[in-house]
Design a protein around this ligand. Structure first.
Ligand code: TXA
Ligand code: MG
Length: 318
């Protein structure tokens, strides 16, 4: 057995100092951000980074995002910053945006899965910032779920996937946004939105008008290996709609903004796209715990957070 997969006690704490100390001593530590919980390792600790990949079952070709607690740390990670990248940092850091830029030589290649670029993000959640400042080093972190499962939006969801396999969980509130950050590749011109998130394409273009979206048929997988892998999926089948498919007789659940046409075993009606986004992944997990076989998701208009929400629902439904 791989040493790091030997069961260990996962310490739970609400104190960012304790969590940071464990990370500085080589630990793998889950922490909340405003998007989803991340699973952090110190960026220069290659053993800890290896364990992050192992405990998640994450393919080694999928690069990690470096999380920073101070804008000044960008200079350590990036070898160059385009004018577009600088403008995005000024407007959206700290916040739910990741920029991809050329990496500096000091960044170990295990962190970026061998790519010459690195994703950088400064979360705005106060607890995340307190933790990252205490760490004193950039922290690479994917979402703190088993690969392929819905990202965790509560510390309990982290525990459900990773208890006994990681060193610590920094316990915070359920995350505000509930979907992962927008990822913009600024190593190319014009910059390319690789993953939709809470910062919408319109908000990005208000700052850098040339930002482009992936054309239909373009998966982004050549640029962002994570987009190639199965994602965000509950065990239940996911469908987009407003009622039950013809002839379906199993245990079904519904989430959406409109009351559905049929009766469902589980039903969550939300009042806004924001509330929908914040509830989606936890709803998926609840359905899995309850043995639901089919989750029907009501569609929403693809503006603002609605675009990211429909992206995640479509990926889960694939
Ligand atoms: O909101 C978030 O971004 C959360 C929290 C914890 O910060 N993190 C997160 O990490 O969602 P992860 O590893 O689950 O997703 C990172 C995505 C993947 O699709 C990955 O391929 C892409 O970002 N990515 C990371 N570095 C990249 C790079 N250098 N070039 C292209 N894509 C990159
Ligand atoms: Mg993830």
């Amino acid at each position: 057995m791989v040493a790091s997969l030997v069961p260990k006690q996962t310490i739970r704490t609400r104190d960012p100092k304790d969590a940071a100390e464990l990370l500085r001593r080589g630990g793998v530590v889950a922490f909340p951000t405003e998007t989803v919980y991340g699973l952090g390792a110190a960026i220069f600790d290659q053993d800890a980074i290896r364990r992050v990949f192992e405990v998640k079952g994450r393919p080694s070709d999928n690069p990690l995002i470096a999380h920073i607690g101070k804008i000044g740390q960008i200079g350590l990670l990036a070898s160059e910053l385009s004018a577009s990248a600088e403008r995005l940092v000024e407007s959206f850091f700290p916040g739910p945006l990741t920029i991809v830029v050329k990496k500096s030589e000091v960044v170990p290649s295990i962190a970026t899965a061998g790519l010459t670029t690195i994703g950088i993000r400064m979360p705005k959640s106060e607890l995340a910032l307190a933790f990252l400042k205490e760490c004193g080093t950039p922290v690479v972190a994917p979402s703190a779920n088993i690969s392929g499962r819905p990202s965790p939006t509560t510390w309990q969801a982290v525990l459900e996937d990773l208890d006994g396999r990681i060193d610590c969980i920094l316990q915070g509130e359920p995350t505000d946004i509930g979907l992962e950050s927008s990822v913009v590749d600024c190593s190319v011109e014009p910059p390319l939105l690789l993953r939709r998130g809470a910062v919408s394409i319109d908000e990005l273009r208000a700052v850098v008008p040339s930002v482009r979206e992936l054309a239909s048929g373009e998966t982004g997988a050549e640029k962002s290996p994570g987009l190639r892998h199965r994602h965000y999926s509950p065990r239940a089948r996911v469908a987009i709609g407003t009622g039950l498919p013809e002839g379906f007789a199993g245990r079904a659940a519904f989430i959406g903004m409109q009351t559905p046409a049929d009766v469902f075993a589980e039903c969550l009606i939300v009042n806004s796209a924001e509330e929908y986004a914040a509830s989606l992944f936890e709803f998926f997990r609840k359905c899995d715990r309850g043995g639901v076989e089919l989750i029907v998701c009501g569609p929403v208009p693809e503006t603002g957070i609605g675009a990211a929400l429909m992206d995640r629902i479509r990926r889960a439904a694939e």
